[in-house]
Design a protein around this ligand. Sequence first.
Ligand SMILES: *[C@@H]1O[C@H](CO)[C@@H](O)[C@H](O)[C@H]1NC(C)=O
Ligand SMILES: *[C@@H]1O[C@H](CO)[C@@H](O)[C@H](O)[C@H]1NC(C)=O
Length: 464
Amino acid sequence: MGCDRAQGTRLLLLLWVAANGWHISCSAAKDDPKAQELMDAINTGYQPALTSWNDAILNDTLSNLKLARILWSSKEPRFQFTVFTQLTINRLPTLFNMCTTFTGPLSAAVFVALVQQPDVPSHRQRLNTGGPAGGGDEQAAAATSRVVVDQLSAPNAAALQEAVQLVQSFHDRVDSRPDMCQLDLMLFYELYDSDQSKLLYPVNYLRNYARMQVRTRLLAMIDVDMYVSRTLSEEMAREGRIAHYESLCAERRATVLPAFEPTRPGDKGRGMALKITQVTKSELASMHGRNKEAIQFKLRVFPRGHTPTDYVRWFTESQPYPVSYKRFYEPWFITCDEVMPWYDVDFRGYGMNKIVLIASLNYYNYTFWIHPNAWLVHNPHGDTEVRKLVAREASDVNKFKAKLPPNALYRKLTLLFGKAKRGMMRGTYDPRVDPRMMAVYGKVSWLRPPPQLKGIPTPESVFI
Ligand SMILES: *[C@@H]1O[C@H](CO)[C@@H](O)[C@H](O)[C@H]1NC(C)=O
Ligand SMILES: *[C@@H]1O[C@H](CO)[C@@H](O)[C@H](O)[C@H]1NC(C)=O
């Protein structure tokens, strides 16, 4: 289906694909029966309906994701450790880069947002949009109405088909390269009722689904705009290293990968970032500094995110060392599936989505140990629209004491963070997950069971 149409597409991305010497091939990768089973289970209970901004922000209506395509690597895994990540489809070039610097198994959830007008006459139906797993919360009974649609509009059907073709050719390309990652890819879409609601990028749903797709016990969520140092793939390919990291999981030791960024923006920065992944640690030490090539990630705009990693000490250490959790710490880390917490799906669009996960690691009695010889490097890019929106609202509040309307995203973020924090202080915290996603575990027998984690109350002083 649809090869002709894809050939004539106007998507800019295809120009990029063409520039890289790709063909839009129609050769479907051999579909893996297990992948197909997973896809069917994920789509069970899906009903096409439009996601609206106010429903999501004011009524905590869940996102409504449909899995359009699943493509698994036919290559042998280079080692038993998987990186998982999520991205919008226009960032496939970034995923390509990630797949060149990390050469092991990689699980990616790719996303397309589709805006659609309601059918005429539109009908609202009561859909059980679920409450938090575990229930017992004020949201538990939240069954809200949403606008149900009969099918994709013609332009959306075409856009989706282009997206499917694009990920197919992308996957074929990565899978044909023995030097690149072993890529398992899911393509999701969601229908929105407006350009505004389209800003509610379901970042944590995508992370959770990408993690569900991971086929190894050892894993790490790494955002797609981070390049991975060469040393990590080299280490994981060495005898005994996987078993070593797996043995740390019983005591809930998270192995943190320090993150750097190039000191220059744009194309120059992107070139520098790639180089910083390829050097040795002692070369990195000589490149490190405000007037040099590499600095701590977000040092200028959000030092709290990574300062607990202790970069000064890092350059002197050849062994892992422990650091204390501090409020707003947001490193990337390695752990095992059975102790990896869920990302709270109420965090959509932009903001706090990783910070809360790391706070939950602390709540679940994890300790943080810094990897002495592997690191990440941010690949500079422009801000997304939703990030700009949140930044604007935050500055209105913090600089001008503005009172935001109830449906403002920044206001919602502060409420969600406050709620998570109180839950952690009381010992009742449970990240919100999608019941439809959790039901997949009951349908697919070979999935590892979901984690059962119990936290211990976080002292209030941690959050001050
Ligand atoms: C939220 O839910 C209530 C109760 O179901 C409903 O009356 C209200 O219209 C909903 N608000 C939005 C913005 O959808
Ligand atoms: C938390 O972890 C430490 C080891 O890191 C352990 O000694 C302690 O018993 C754990 N606490 C709970 C409540 O599990």
